[in-house]
Ligand binder design. Structure first.
Ligand code: PLP
Length: 487
């Protein structure tokens, strides 16, 4: 199976090439040239563990890896660093079905892909005979940063560099990154937002003279953001596994369509669900759930993607994004690989901050909605009082938007739960009781659950990274530190 750029499908790449490069040289994103079809009527899927499901999917999508290589990656990634044996369990809380993706080391869904990405890159390096050091550039809205740091910490032959919005992440997210250990990790707060960080990362990855200069020094750039196809494929696995968990639990008849609601920022998670659907998984409607930064809601309603709007810092900070990179991969699917059109839309976006497509291109299976912070808090509080289940603010956004959409009320629904409430204790407690101190200890008492060990001791750990820079300085920071670690 081969991959191509969203902006040029004449050139083909293997999976290992695509995962090492991160972004295509023309600035496009790597996509499967054509999506395969799986036989989901085969009863084996219901019996597969998470790891076996991953193996089955990867065999097709990572066809230049040997089966040994795939098994090695999978067993190194999905082990007891997850606090649930099932890795990504579907929790049935009365009539709610919640796909809990927060049982990894950093308590957010990014762990599912970022636990395996370093192993995929390592094996890809072997396949490609790569001798360069790989420098992983990562922009984060809060959760990718920590998950990438954990995944790549002390990984041989790599440096990992994370840029986060200094004033746009939760306290726990910030502490998680500032206390990260590892001899190859570098963390910077920037005076800007996620969009600024991601724009600079993409610019560095496509700046040929910058890349050439580094290659001379034996360093190759890549990315751990969801622009890397190595993030997307592992994310398909949990949708497939969840579907068959629900069949096994009697919540779904085999073959019956399952609607899915996904809290969305960079459009990676929901795109993985869409890929799974396109490969034949009986997913029905897809709900693209946004917070107050609802550029995607407008896009699905009108066909107009317009970034000229106020940027809001919300209580679901991991979704505070106006330029959703993975939408470009969606455009590739719906335009049936019309690279010229994509180039035109992306050119418009780059030059004018917006682009427009014919609304009829947007397939009927996509819905979109958004929740304000107030609505998000209401959702957290009402689900806690009626079901005794505590949602994090991102999950609450996905819950809220389905309540307003009649098409989602009658059919089986999976709500994707992307983070542990403990990661956002202040916002969650504010929703439950206004005068709380916002601490993880108080949250633990109210939920009658222990504080997850992953963050229980965070406040006692030494701050190892406390540097910040301007958005415009990012490239110089990267060059200087790569020169320094080399010498
Ligand atoms: C990253 C993130 C999202 C958004 O996912 P995308 O793939 O960027 O759309 C939602 N919720 C949480 C908790 C996240 O960390």
């Amino acid at each position: 199976m081969n991959y191509c750029s969203t902006r040029n499908n004449a050139l083909e790449f293997t999976f290992s090439q695509a995962v090492l490069m991160g972004l295509a040289p023309d600035g496009g994103l790597f996509v499967p040239k054509a999506l395969p079809t799986f036989d989901f009527e085969d009863e084996r899927w219901s019996a597969f563990t998470y790891q076996e499901t991953a193996f089955e999917v990867f065999k097709t999508f990572m066809s230049d890896f040997s089966e040994d290589q795939l098994s090695r990656c999978i067993s190194a990634a999905y082990d007891d660093k997850f606090d649930e044996q099932g890795i990504a369990p579907v929790n049935h809380v009365e009539e709610l079905n919640l796909l809990e993706l927060f049982h990894g080391r950093t308590l957010a869904f990014k762990d599912l892909a970022l636990s395996i990405l370093p192993h995929l890159m390592h094996e890809a390096s072997k396949i490609q005979g790569n001798r360069n050091k790989i420098a992983i550039l990562t922009a984060t809205s809060g959760d990718t940063g920590k998950a990438a740091l954990e995944g790549f910490s002390d990984a041989v032959g790599t440096e990992i560099i994370v840029f986060y919005p200094r004033d746009g992440v939760s306290e726990i997210q910030k502490l998680q990154m500032k206390t990260q250990t590892g001899s190859n990790v570098h963390v910077y707060g920037i005076n800007g937002n996620f969009d600024d960080a991601q724009r600079q990362v993409k610019r560095m990855l496509t700046d040929e003279s910058f890349a050439q200069g580094l290659i001379k020094e034996g360093v190759q750039l890549s990315s751990a953001n969801s622009i890397n196809i190595g993030r997307l494929i592992p994310q398909m696995v949990y949708y497939i596994h969840a579907y068959f968990q629900m069949v096994s639990a009697g919540k779904l008849r085999a073959g019956e369509p399952l609607n899915v609601s996904v809290p969305t920022g960079n459009f990676g998670n929901i795109l993985a669900a869409y890929y799974a659907k396109e490969c034949g998984l009986p997913i029905g409607k897809l709900m693209c759930a946004s917070n107050q930064n609802h550029v995607l809601t407008e896009f699905f309603d009108s066909g107009i993607y317009d970034t000229h709007r106020e940027f809001h810092c919300t209580i679901s900070p991991s979704m505070d994004i106006l330029v959703s990179s993975n939408l470009e991969r969606f455009l590739y699917q719906i335009s049936e690989g019309d690279c010229l059109k994509i180039e035109r839309w992306m050119g418009d976006l780059h030059r004018t901050g917006s682009f427009k497509l014919d609304k009829s291109m947007l397939k009927e299976d996509f819905y979109a909605g958004f929740a304000s912070d107030e609505e998000t808090r209401e959702a957290i509080s009402s689900v806690f009082s009626t079901h005794g289940y505590m949602m994090d603010p991102h999950t609450a956004v996905a819950y809220h938007v389905t309540k307003k959409e009649p098409a989602f009320l009658k059919e089986p629904l999976l709500i994707v739960s992307t983070a542990s409430p403990f990661k956002f204790s202040e916002a969650v407690l504010e929703a439950i009781e206004a005068d709380s101190d916002g601490s993880i200890k108080t949250l633990s008492e109210i939920m009658a659950q222990p504080v997850p060990s992953q963050i229980a001791l965070l406040h006692k750990q030494p701050i190892l990274h406390d540097t910040s820079c301007e958005v415009e300085e990012m490239q110089v920071v990267v060059r200087d530190l790569l020169m320094e670690v080399k010498s």
